[in-house]
Design a binder for this molecule. Sequence first.
Ligand SMILES: *Cc1c(COP(=O)(O)O)cnc(C)c1O
Length: 475
Amino acid sequence: MTKLIFEKHGKGKNKFRVPDFGVKDNDVIPDKFKNSSVDLPDVNEVDVVRHYTNLSSLNFGVDRAMYPLGSCTMKHNPRINEKISSLMQFSALHPMCGDTLSQGALQVIHELSVYLSAITGMSAFSLAPAAGSHGELTGVMIIKKYFEEIGEKRDKIIIPDSAHGTNPASVAMCGFKILEAPSNQEGDVDLDKLSGMIDGSVAAMMLTSPNTLGLFDRNILKISEMLHANGSVFYADGANLNAVIGTARMKDMGFDIMHINLHKTFSTPHGGGGPGSGPVGVVEKFVKYLPVPFVREEGGKYALDYNRPDSIGRVHSFYGNFLVALKSYAYIRTLGPEGIRDISRISVLNANYLRSRLMKEFNLPINRTCMHEFVLNDKDIPNHVTTNDLAKRLLDYGYHAPTVYFPLLIPGAMMIEPTETEGKDSLDEFVDAMIKIKKEASDNPEIILGAPHTTPVRRVDAVAAARNPILKWQE
Ligand SMILES: *Cc1c(COP(=O)(O)O)cnc(C)c1O
């Protein structure tokens, strides 16, 4: 087990000395504010370097191997985008500089919103929300404001049973009731059940497209017609944009409001809580409700517009996570329209290649051509080896596990998303690892049940970890 830096402490180990510059002691900090017992670890330089270098190698990341975590789009992020977002001219720009001194940054925000509009067909985007879930919240606030303004009392929002957990959370936070729309055997929304739910109390339906089973709902236009005929708003959770980007537009599917996860589709490393960015886009009739400030362009000059009387107001201090937007801007400019289309073509091809190889060995509950991800389960694994066991054993083979036990409507789900940045060799190696594990399940199940064997921390007691977390060092 790796030692903590505090355990490497030894008084006097750090041999660094500040040279005597002959400067008179001019310490202005009053004694009463000085604390001699801050307990900083005393360690020598090489130990510090080794300690943190070793720690960094304990973590798993997409730089080490494939990270097929369905729904999360853990893809390689080109380093050039990091470099651009760390340019001093952007990273050191103070948000209080004012519009005149921030023209470059405002131009990036404006142009990125124009690109996102072109990609999705929406009329305008706000880049203020800081995450996908924050984009959802902003979108639902717009829906609420819209119905208040037209004077209709509607208090329900429909969400399919395959939805990401943040969808019902955002809807509930805005005070709406949730109606759950069931999926049919083939993974689409059950149209008969849906039509029985739609009435004058339904403000909107929130649908992930393609859905979290990795399937494109074949009735999308019918659903959109049903909602619009009822005066309801159609909201797209666009976190799965990788599957359709450059190929199909949300506006053409009938959606009115949507969010995008820049940190999934548009090249920002994520995990561990951020930073992210969840721009929200709307069709013309909802543009006036977008949050303030709104970046406006007039004759090549850019300004933050606060004077928008119908706006839902602010959703973030200053203007969103600008440096994340900048990475996405650089990414779009580097790829161009053809490159953008390749994202969806290759991510869908990669997922279908994995699906068609793995379905020979594992159970595929919904057997359809998939989009950028697909869901297997543990039904065909011998000796009662479960999805959880297989996920732990994959760590020994050097992979991050897929998303497990989600979506909830597939028991023992393993949701696999390879992304477009994996080559055929790495897809084949992943399939080989999965097949080896299945063979182990029949020949030597103990090795799987005791996995992982090679990670710094072995199998954790997940229940105890959730109920009694120990988050700081205790002597
Ligand atoms: C990731 C994801 C979200 C939430 O996005 P965050 O940025 O994590 O808040 C919502 N819906 C779907 C389908 C997602 O995959």
